[in-house]
Design a binder for this molecule. Structure first.
Ligand SMILES: *[C@@H]1O[C@H](CO)[C@@H](O)[C@H](O)[C@H]1NC(C)=O
Ligand SMILES: *[C@@H]1O[C@H](CO)[C@@H](O)[C@H](O)[C@H]1NC(C)=O
Length: 357
Protein backbone atom coordinates (compact mmCIF):
# COMPACT_ATOMS: atom_id res chain seq x y z
CA UNK A 1 0.00 0.00 0.00
CA UNK A 2 1.34 3.43 -0.96
CA UNK A 3 1.99 5.95 1.74
CA UNK A 4 -0.71 8.27 0.37
CA UNK A 5 -3.33 5.58 0.49
CA UNK A 6 -2.26 4.67 3.95
CA UNK A 7 -2.69 8.26 5.06
CA UNK A 8 -6.06 8.38 3.36
CA UNK A 9 -7.31 5.41 5.35
CA UNK A 10 -5.83 6.82 8.50
CA UNK A 11 -7.74 10.05 7.90
CA UNK A 12 -10.98 8.16 7.38
CA UNK A 13 -10.36 6.16 10.50
CA UNK A 14 -9.68 9.33 12.49
CA UNK A 15 -12.91 10.84 11.18
CA UNK A 16 -14.89 7.79 12.16
CA UNK A 17 -13.34 7.86 15.59
CA UNK A 18 -14.10 11.53 15.93
CA UNK A 19 -17.73 11.18 14.94
CA UNK A 20 -18.35 8.10 17.00
CA UNK A 21 -16.86 9.85 20.03
CA UNK A 22 -19.04 12.84 19.30
CA UNK A 23 -22.06 10.58 19.51
CA UNK A 24 -20.98 9.11 22.78
CA UNK A 25 -20.42 12.48 24.40
CA UNK A 26 -23.70 14.10 23.44
CA UNK A 27 -26.97 13.07 24.96
CA UNK A 28 -28.82 14.83 22.16
CA UNK A 29 -28.13 14.58 18.47
CA UNK A 30 -28.11 17.53 16.10
CA UNK A 31 -31.79 17.17 15.32
CA UNK A 32 -32.61 17.30 19.02
CA UNK A 33 -33.46 13.63 19.43
CA UNK A 34 -31.98 11.89 22.45
CA UNK A 35 -28.96 9.77 21.65
CA UNK A 36 -28.94 6.05 22.23
CA UNK A 37 -26.49 4.96 24.94
CA UNK A 38 -25.18 1.44 24.45
CA UNK A 39 -23.68 1.17 27.93
CA UNK A 40 -26.98 2.18 29.46
CA UNK A 41 -28.75 -0.48 27.41
CA UNK A 42 -26.35 -3.13 28.72
CA UNK A 43 -26.99 -1.93 32.26
CA UNK A 44 -30.76 -1.78 31.99
CA UNK A 45 -30.99 -5.21 30.40
CA UNK A 46 -29.38 -6.54 33.58
CA UNK A 47 -31.93 -4.72 35.72
CA UNK A 48 -34.64 -6.22 33.57
CA UNK A 49 -33.20 -9.69 33.89
CA UNK A 50 -33.13 -9.43 37.69
CA UNK A 51 -36.84 -8.68 37.94
CA UNK A 52 -37.48 -12.30 36.90
CA UNK A 53 -35.96 -13.61 40.12
CA UNK A 54 -38.43 -15.52 42.23
CA UNK A 55 -36.30 -15.40 45.38
CA UNK A 56 -37.53 -12.15 46.87
CA UNK A 57 -34.95 -12.21 49.66
CA UNK A 58 -32.10 -12.21 47.18
CA UNK A 59 -33.81 -9.62 45.05
CA UNK A 60 -34.56 -7.30 47.95
CA UNK A 61 -31.01 -7.50 49.28
CA UNK A 62 -29.65 -7.38 45.70
CA UNK A 63 -27.60 -10.51 46.22
CA UNK A 64 -29.07 -12.64 43.46
CA UNK A 65 -26.91 -14.15 40.76
CA UNK A 66 -28.23 -11.65 38.24
CA UNK A 67 -27.79 -8.74 40.67
CA UNK A 68 -24.13 -8.41 39.90
CA UNK A 69 -22.16 -6.96 37.04
CA UNK A 70 -23.26 -3.52 35.93
CA UNK A 71 -26.01 -3.24 38.53
CA UNK A 72 -23.82 -3.81 41.57
CA UNK A 73 -24.65 -1.66 44.57
CA UNK A 74 -28.26 -1.12 43.59
CA UNK A 75 -30.60 -0.42 46.45
CA UNK A 76 -34.10 -1.81 46.21
CA UNK A 77 -36.78 0.41 47.70
CA UNK A 78 -39.89 -1.55 46.78
CA UNK A 79 -40.79 -4.91 45.30
CA UNK A 80 -44.31 -5.55 44.12
CA UNK A 81 -45.65 -9.03 43.51
CA UNK A 82 -49.20 -8.82 42.24
CA UNK A 83 -50.23 -12.41 42.83
CA UNK A 84 -53.73 -11.78 41.48
CA UNK A 85 -52.50 -10.89 38.00
CA UNK A 86 -49.11 -12.57 38.18
CA UNK A 87 -47.07 -9.39 37.79
CA UNK A 88 -43.79 -8.36 39.35
CA UNK A 89 -41.81 -5.16 39.46
CA UNK A 90 -39.43 -3.19 41.60
CA UNK A 91 -38.21 0.33 42.27
CA UNK A 92 -34.75 1.21 43.52
CA UNK A 93 -31.91 3.64 43.59
CA UNK A 94 -28.90 3.28 41.27
CA UNK A 95 -26.21 5.54 42.65
CA UNK A 96 -23.91 5.21 39.64
CA UNK A 97 -26.70 6.14 37.22
CA UNK A 98 -27.89 8.83 39.63
CA UNK A 99 -31.36 7.56 38.93
CA UNK A 100 -34.37 5.75 40.23
CA UNK A 101 -34.76 2.53 38.26
CA UNK A 102 -38.17 0.94 37.80
CA UNK A 103 -38.33 -2.54 36.23
CA UNK A 104 -41.21 -4.77 35.19
CA UNK A 105 -41.22 -8.49 34.57
CA UNK A 106 -42.66 -10.15 31.50
CA UNK A 107 -45.50 -12.59 31.58
CA UNK A 108 -45.27 -15.73 33.69
CA UNK A 109 -48.08 -17.65 32.11
CA UNK A 110 -47.61 -21.35 31.67
CA UNK A 111 -46.13 -21.03 28.23
CA UNK A 112 -44.58 -18.16 26.39
CA UNK A 113 -45.82 -19.70 23.12
CA UNK A 114 -49.44 -19.30 24.20
CA UNK A 115 -48.87 -15.76 25.31
CA UNK A 116 -47.26 -14.93 21.97
CA UNK A 117 -50.01 -16.49 19.89
CA UNK A 118 -52.63 -14.54 21.86
CA UNK A 119 -50.85 -11.34 20.85
CA UNK A 120 -52.05 -11.80 17.25
CA UNK A 121 -55.62 -11.10 18.32
CA UNK A 122 -55.27 -8.23 20.75
CA UNK A 123 -57.73 -5.44 19.98
CA UNK A 124 -57.28 -1.70 20.25
CA UNK A 125 -60.10 -1.56 22.75
CA UNK A 126 -59.48 1.37 25.06
CA UNK A 127 -59.31 5.13 24.56
CA UNK A 128 -56.27 6.43 26.36
CA UNK A 129 -57.63 9.03 28.82
CA UNK A 130 -57.49 12.67 27.68
CA UNK A 131 -55.81 11.92 24.37
CA UNK A 132 -58.27 12.23 21.48
CA UNK A 133 -58.05 9.36 18.97
CA UNK A 134 -55.39 7.52 20.99
CA UNK A 135 -56.31 3.86 21.33
CA UNK A 136 -54.46 1.21 23.32
CA UNK A 137 -54.86 -2.40 24.31
CA UNK A 138 -56.96 -2.61 27.47
CA UNK A 139 -55.08 -5.60 28.89
CA UNK A 140 -51.65 -3.97 28.73
CA UNK A 141 -53.03 -0.70 30.02
CA UNK A 142 -54.78 -2.33 32.96
CA UNK A 143 -51.81 -4.43 33.97
CA UNK A 144 -50.15 -1.20 34.99
CA UNK A 145 -53.07 1.12 35.67
CA UNK A 146 -55.66 -1.12 37.26
CA UNK A 147 -53.65 -3.36 39.58
CA UNK A 148 -51.68 -2.95 42.80
CA UNK A 149 -48.62 -2.12 40.67
CA UNK A 150 -49.23 1.56 39.98
CA UNK A 151 -49.92 2.83 43.53
CA UNK A 152 -46.96 0.87 44.90
CA UNK A 153 -44.59 2.19 42.21
CA UNK A 154 -45.72 5.79 42.61
CA UNK A 155 -45.47 5.53 46.40
CA UNK A 156 -41.91 4.25 46.15
CA UNK A 157 -40.94 6.98 43.69
CA UNK A 158 -42.28 9.62 46.11
CA UNK A 159 -40.25 8.12 48.97
CA UNK A 160 -37.13 8.03 46.82
CA UNK A 161 -37.56 11.61 45.70
CA UNK A 162 -37.71 12.77 49.31
CA UNK A 163 -34.23 11.42 49.86
CA UNK A 164 -32.61 11.94 46.50
CA UNK A 165 -34.15 15.16 45.30
CA UNK A 166 -37.24 16.16 43.40
CA UNK A 167 -35.55 16.44 40.01
CA UNK A 168 -33.99 13.03 40.02
CA UNK A 169 -33.77 10.96 36.83
CA UNK A 170 -36.18 8.10 36.50
CA UNK A 171 -35.37 5.18 34.22
CA UNK A 172 -38.15 2.76 33.43
CA UNK A 173 -37.41 -0.60 31.88
CA UNK A 174 -39.00 -3.94 31.19
CA UNK A 175 -39.14 -6.91 28.87
CA UNK A 176 -42.00 -8.35 26.84
CA UNK A 177 -45.27 -7.77 28.73
CA UNK A 178 -43.12 -5.87 31.26
CA UNK A 179 -41.97 -3.62 28.41
CA UNK A 180 -45.58 -2.67 27.70
CA UNK A 181 -46.02 -1.88 31.40
CA UNK A 182 -42.81 0.16 31.43
CA UNK A 183 -44.10 2.28 28.55
CA UNK A 184 -47.39 2.97 30.33
CA UNK A 185 -45.52 3.72 33.54
CA UNK A 186 -43.14 6.17 31.84
CA UNK A 187 -46.05 7.97 30.21
CA UNK A 188 -47.99 8.02 33.49
CA UNK A 189 -45.05 9.57 35.34
CA UNK A 190 -44.88 12.37 32.78
CA UNK A 191 -48.59 12.98 32.25
CA UNK A 192 -50.07 12.43 35.69
CA UNK A 193 -47.14 12.93 38.05
CA UNK A 194 -45.45 15.82 36.22
CA UNK A 195 -42.06 14.13 36.22
CA UNK A 196 -39.59 15.77 33.87
CA UNK A 197 -36.61 13.47 33.72
CA UNK A 198 -38.13 10.22 32.60
CA UNK A 199 -36.33 7.79 30.30
CA UNK A 200 -37.81 4.56 29.05
CA UNK A 201 -35.86 1.67 27.59
CA UNK A 202 -37.68 -1.53 26.75
CA UNK A 203 -36.65 -4.93 25.42
CA UNK A 204 -38.81 -7.04 23.11
CA UNK A 205 -41.83 -4.82 23.46
CA UNK A 206 -45.11 -5.63 21.70
CA UNK A 207 -47.11 -2.84 20.08
CA UNK A 208 -49.42 -1.26 22.63
CA UNK A 209 -51.42 1.41 20.82
CA UNK A 210 -52.36 3.05 17.52
CA UNK A 211 -50.58 5.75 15.50
CA UNK A 212 -52.28 8.60 17.38
CA UNK A 213 -51.17 7.10 20.68
CA UNK A 214 -47.64 6.67 19.34
CA UNK A 215 -47.43 10.36 18.39
CA UNK A 216 -48.60 11.52 21.79
CA UNK A 217 -46.24 9.12 23.44
CA UNK A 218 -43.18 10.22 21.49
CA UNK A 219 -43.90 13.88 22.20
CA UNK A 220 -44.36 13.27 25.91
CA UNK A 221 -41.60 10.72 26.53
CA UNK A 222 -39.06 11.53 23.81
CA UNK A 223 -36.23 9.82 25.66
CA UNK A 224 -37.47 6.34 24.83
CA UNK A 225 -35.60 3.49 23.19
CA UNK A 226 -37.25 0.26 22.21
CA UNK A 227 -34.63 -2.40 21.74
CA UNK A 228 -35.52 -5.24 19.37
CA UNK A 229 -33.38 -8.32 18.95
CA UNK A 230 -32.85 -9.76 15.48
CA UNK A 231 -35.90 -11.91 14.67
CA UNK A 232 -37.71 -11.62 17.99
CA UNK A 233 -41.37 -12.24 17.18
CA UNK A 234 -42.92 -10.04 19.87
CA UNK A 235 -42.10 -6.56 18.45
CA UNK A 236 -44.02 -7.68 15.31
CA UNK A 237 -47.19 -8.13 17.35
CA UNK A 238 -50.02 -7.28 17.45
CA UNK A 239 -49.64 -6.99 13.67
CA UNK A 240 -49.09 -3.75 11.81
CA UNK A 241 -51.20 -3.45 8.66
CA UNK A 242 -49.47 -0.80 6.64
CA UNK A 243 -52.45 -0.41 4.30
CA UNK A 244 -54.52 0.88 7.22
CA UNK A 245 -52.03 3.02 9.08
CA UNK A 246 -54.69 4.85 11.10
CA UNK A 247 -56.52 1.73 12.17
CA UNK A 248 -53.84 -0.62 13.36
CA UNK A 249 -51.31 -0.89 16.08
CA UNK A 250 -48.30 1.34 15.59
CA UNK A 251 -44.99 1.39 17.50
CA UNK A 252 -43.61 4.59 18.97
CA UNK A 253 -39.98 5.58 18.31
CA UNK A 254 -37.11 5.00 18.73
CA UNK A 255 -36.39 1.43 17.85
CA UNK A 256 -32.84 0.14 18.17
CA UNK A 257 -32.51 -3.07 16.22
CA UNK A 258 -29.78 -5.42 17.38
CA UNK A 259 -28.80 -7.99 14.78
CA UNK A 260 -26.67 -10.97 15.62
CA UNK A 261 -23.53 -11.29 13.66
CA UNK A 262 -22.65 -14.94 13.78
CA UNK A 263 -20.11 -17.24 12.22
CA UNK A 264 -20.87 -20.96 12.09
CA UNK A 265 -23.85 -20.47 14.39
CA UNK A 266 -21.79 -18.80 17.07
CA UNK A 267 -23.01 -15.33 17.80
CA UNK A 268 -19.94 -13.15 17.77
CA UNK A 269 -21.49 -9.76 18.43
CA UNK A 270 -24.57 -7.70 17.93
CA UNK A 271 -24.80 -4.88 15.40
CA UNK A 272 -27.04 -2.08 16.60
CA UNK A 273 -29.05 0.12 14.30
CA UNK A 274 -30.77 3.21 15.66
CA UNK A 275 -33.93 3.47 13.59
CA UNK A 276 -35.91 6.43 12.30
CA UNK A 277 -38.37 8.59 14.21
CA UNK A 278 -41.53 7.00 12.81
CA UNK A 279 -41.61 4.02 15.14
CA UNK A 280 -42.17 1.73 12.16
CA UNK A 281 -38.87 1.99 10.32
CA UNK A 282 -39.15 -0.51 7.45
CA UNK A 283 -35.38 -1.02 7.43
CA UNK A 284 -35.22 -2.19 11.04
CA UNK A 285 -36.75 -5.33 12.56
CA UNK A 286 -39.65 -5.03 10.13
CA UNK A 287 -37.25 -5.86 7.31
CA UNK A 288 -37.10 -9.49 8.48
CA UNK A 289 -39.70 -12.10 9.37
CA UNK A 290 -40.11 -12.07 13.11
CA UNK A 291 -40.41 -15.71 13.95
CA UNK A 292 -38.10 -16.34 16.85
CA UNK A 293 -39.02 -16.94 20.46
CA UNK A 294 -35.45 -17.62 21.50
CA UNK A 295 -34.43 -14.17 20.21
CA UNK A 296 -37.18 -12.84 22.46
CA UNK A 297 -35.77 -14.47 25.57
CA UNK A 298 -32.25 -13.15 25.32
CA UNK A 299 -31.03 -9.60 24.77
CA UNK A 300 -27.34 -8.72 24.58
CA UNK A 301 -26.68 -12.27 25.68
CA UNK A 302 -28.61 -11.74 28.92
CA UNK A 303 -31.41 -14.16 29.73
CA UNK A 304 -34.81 -12.57 30.15
CA UNK A 305 -36.94 -15.21 31.79
CA UNK A 306 -37.28 -17.08 35.03
CA UNK A 307 -35.01 -19.96 35.85
CA UNK A 308 -38.06 -22.16 35.35
CA UNK A 309 -41.49 -21.62 33.85
CA UNK A 310 -43.63 -21.83 36.92
CA UNK A 311 -46.49 -19.50 37.26
CA UNK A 312 -45.98 -16.78 39.85
CA UNK A 313 -43.65 -18.75 42.00
CA UNK A 314 -41.98 -16.84 44.81
CA UNK A 315 -39.63 -17.68 47.65
CA UNK A 316 -39.04 -15.50 50.67
CA UNK A 317 -37.16 -16.04 53.91
CA UNK A 318 -38.41 -15.12 57.37
CA UNK A 319 -35.99 -12.22 57.73
CA UNK A 320 -38.00 -10.42 55.09
CA UNK A 321 -41.16 -10.40 57.18
CA UNK A 322 -40.37 -7.09 58.80
CA UNK A 323 -40.22 -5.48 55.36
CA UNK A 324 -43.20 -7.14 53.83
CA UNK A 325 -46.89 -6.64 53.85
CA UNK A 326 -49.71 -8.48 52.19
CA UNK A 327 -52.99 -7.01 51.09
CA UNK A 328 -56.38 -8.72 51.34
CA UNK A 329 -55.92 -10.30 47.90
CA UNK A 330 -52.59 -11.87 48.85
CA UNK A 331 -50.44 -9.46 46.86
CA UNK A 332 -47.03 -8.95 48.41
CA UNK A 333 -45.05 -5.75 48.90
CA UNK A 334 -41.54 -5.41 50.26
CA UNK A 335 -40.71 -1.84 51.21
CA UNK A 336 -37.85 0.04 52.71
CA UNK A 337 -37.42 3.70 53.43
CA UNK A 338 -34.41 5.45 52.02
CA UNK A 339 -31.61 6.02 52.42
CA UNK A 340 -30.68 3.13 54.64
CA UNK A 341 -27.15 2.65 55.84
CA UNK A 342 -27.55 0.22 58.70
CA UNK A 343 -29.56 -2.92 58.89
CA UNK A 344 -30.98 -2.04 62.32
CA UNK A 345 -31.95 1.38 61.13
CA UNK A 346 -33.68 0.08 58.02
CA UNK A 347 -35.65 -2.38 60.09
CA UNK A 348 -37.22 0.27 62.26
CA UNK A 349 -37.61 2.66 59.37
CA UNK A 350 -39.12 0.11 57.09
CA UNK A 351 -42.10 -0.24 59.38
CA UNK A 352 -42.79 3.41 58.84
CA UNK A 353 -42.44 2.85 55.12
CA UNK A 354 -44.92 0.03 55.21
CA UNK A 355 -47.54 1.81 57.24
CA UNK A 356 -47.24 4.98 55.22
CA UNK A 357 -48.07 3.22 51.99
C1 LIG B 1 -24.13 6.28 29.05
O1 LIG B 1 -24.57 5.58 30.20
C2 LIG B 1 -23.57 5.36 31.18
C3 LIG B 1 -24.19 4.62 32.33
O2 LIG B 1 -24.64 3.39 31.96
C4 LIG B 1 -22.98 6.67 31.65
O3 LIG B 1 -21.92 6.41 32.55
C5 LIG B 1 -22.50 7.48 30.48
O4 LIG B 1 -22.09 8.74 30.91
C6 LIG B 1 -23.62 7.64 29.47
N1 LIG B 1 -23.14 8.37 28.33
C7 LIG B 1 -23.73 9.48 27.92
C8 LIG B 1 -23.14 10.15 26.74
O5 LIG B 1 -24.71 9.95 28.47
C1 LIG C 1 -60.38 -2.41 36.78
O1 LIG C 1 -60.54 -3.70 37.32
C2 LIG C 1 -61.79 -3.95 37.88
C3 LIG C 1 -61.79 -5.33 38.52
O2 LIG C 1 -60.70 -6.08 38.17
C4 LIG C 1 -62.87 -3.83 36.79
O3 LIG C 1 -64.14 -4.03 37.32
C5 LIG C 1 -62.78 -2.44 36.17
O4 LIG C 1 -63.67 -2.33 35.09
C6 LIG C 1 -61.38 -2.16 35.67
N1 LIG C 1 -61.28 -0.79 35.19
C7 LIG C 1 -60.71 -0.49 34.03
C8 LIG C 1 -60.67 0.97 33.68
O5 LIG C 1 -60.22 -1.31 33.30
Amino acid sequence: MGQKRCLFFLAIFACLLFFSRGRVLNTRSDDGRPVYNHTLALTLVEYTSAVYMSDLTQLFTWTCERCNGLTKGFQVIEIIVDIEHCLQGYVGWAKDLNAIVIAFRGTQEHSIQNWVSDLFWKQLDLNYPDMPDAMVHHGFYSAYHNTTVRPAILGAVKRAKKSYGANINIMVTGHSMGAAMAAFCGLDLVVNEGEENVQVMTFGQPRIGNAAFASYYSLLVPNTFRITHDRDIVPHLPPYFYLFPQKTYHHFPTEVWVRDFSVLKHVLFGVEKVCDNTGEDPTCCRSVMGTSISDHLSYFGVELMCETWRQCNIVMSHEMESYSRKDSKGNIFLSRTVPSTEVIETKTLSKIGISSL
